[in-house]
Design a protein around this ligand. Sequence first.
Ligand SMILES: Nc1ncnc2c1ncn2[C@@H]1O[C@H](COP(=O)(O)OP(=O)(O)OP(=O)(O)O)[C@@H](O)[C@H]1O
Ligand SMILES: [Mg+2]
Length: 395
Amino acid sequence: MTRPFEPPSVEEVTNLLRAVIDPELGSDVVDLGMASCRSVSADGFVVIDVKLTIGGCPLRAQIKKDIETRVATHPGVRGVKIEWGEMTSDERSATMAKARWNARERAPETEVAATTRVIAVSSGKGGVGKSSVTVNLAAAIAAQGYTVGVLDADIWGFSVPRMLGIDQRLEAERDEESGRPKILPNTRTVGKGLLKVVSTGFLVDDEGTALMWRGLMLTKALEQFLRDVSWGEMDYLLIDMPPGTGDVQMGLARLLPRTDMVIVTTPAVSAQKVAIRAADMARRSFLRIAGVIENMSTFVCEHGSQYPLFGVGGGQALADEIGAPLLGQIPIEPTVAAGGDAGEPVSLAGSGPAADAFRAIADQIVRETVPPVQMAGCSARQEVGETPVTISPRG
Ligand SMILES: Nc1ncnc2c1ncn2[C@@H]1O[C@H](COP(=O)(O)OP(=O)(O)OP(=O)(O)O)[C@@H](O)[C@H]1O
Ligand SMILES: [Mg+2]
């Protein structure tokens, strides 16, 4: 069953463009006046105007790729055409002034730098493996040498601390600029990479105590974690979303509109209706859906026999329905649960189909689906006599 074709509005495309960050100027290309959506045709062809600060800007290829990855994945987009232009010297001065102003004056909405890619792991219903997927992908991406934040947004039902084998209390320090206390995330080194982890599990003694927090508004908690944690530099921030996400997702869309959603589902085709609701919710708040991950897929025993315990085809069906790519299938395997219990994500040192599947999805994310923001400097800007802008880590 496929839905009727519906191209995005100009507003939707503009929102997707806001996730494209000029790495050197540290702001998004819409805000900087570099990109705008010119038109969307009824049959889904999008024309985007991009004005580079200087014609031969070395960031051109990256900006192009970023725009295409963001915009073309909307199911209502059949093609993206970029009309390139070059800024006049007045426009260039305005852009540089805006970037400088942003860097100095604008109170950042969150402590998450503009250059950090944000991926929220969500699902329609509980128990499908959001937390397992979050920690395994975070670990596998960190193993490639990246700094990866993990925000456990499952305030009452946190499981990230156990799954990553971290249990220290969080410490705070006073922020020199604002004088306000900032929470320091717990860290764990993974090869050349680093995990930075925050969870309510680091604030309370046990999951029972966490239940007493039921009165606490979920969105407030998320907001605090995004604003009051000293996240520092990160290539990625992965967010483990709570089940049944409505409010939290809306809060996230407001605070970090550039967030990419990954939807986890099981292979049972009948379970897709619930997952579709999660996807719809994301779309309504203009969050891009980067892809679908099918978890608890066919178990293959050591003799090679296949056991599709939870059915077959659900991930692909969901991906087709919502027009997002299927990023991979993770078989059901005792090593996943055991790794979670032991605090050693199977994607790190584990072997077998599940470990391989996690690593392959991490690769695909880094390579293609949500590539890290590269800090290639545009030296041409300095040649034209513009003062380079220093990006504050709070972007
Ligand atoms: N591929 C898998 N193979 C085997 N066990 C798995 C797999 N994925 C997850 N599990 C196990 O299933 C249980 C539920 O997984 P997990 O906690 O990651 O789901 P969740 O969606 O985060 O749940 P909740 O909605 O409660 O937060 C855990 O015990 C986990 O170890
Ligand atoms: Mg969970």
